[in-house]
Design a protein around this ligand. Structure first.
Ligand code: 5GP
Length: 117
């Protein structure tokens, strides 16, 4: 799902070239509602600086990686979700990754089963 001009769909959303429902944003990341939700609440937490996927992150990415998880925690608190949420990272096409720009799926609002697949 790589976009034209070398930009991913998420870079285009971050750059306001295509619309998305933006729920939170700061200097490091953006939180948007997933266009094809898999749960009543399904948002994506996306770093503004593109890292293709977790397996390509560097030691120098430690702050942004922590920030993404703490943003998930903050979003859950704001939504009053307490401990009832799941986060998922699909790393690589074999794991279901369709957008090569790291993102955390945040899912909530229904009972979750385990294992997920
Ligand atoms: P992945 O499959 O890479 O782990 O997750 C990509 C997610 O991005 C999918 O859940 C998909 O529904 C979502 N997505 C793809 N294109 C768009 C879009 O244009 N806008 C929004 N908001 N979500 C998108």
């Amino acid at each position: 799902m790589e976009s034209d001009g070398g930009k991913t769909i998420f870079e285009k959303i971050i750059d306001r070239e295509i619309p998305a429902e933006i729920l939170m944003e700061d200097e490091r990341c953006i939180v948007i509602r997933d266009i094809n939700p898999g749960a009543p609440i399904h948002v994506l937490i996306i770093p503004k600086r593109k890292i293709a996927r977790l397996s390509e992150a560097q030691n120098s990415d430690i702050l942004i990686l922590g920030h993404l998880l703490l943003t998930a925690q903050q979003f859950a608190k704001r939504q009053g979700l307490g401990d009832g949420f799941r986060i998922v990272v699909n790393n690589g096409p074999h794991a279901g990754e369709t957008v090569p720009h790291l993102h955390i799926h945040f899912l909530a609002g229904k009972p979750m089963i385990w294992p997920p697949c």
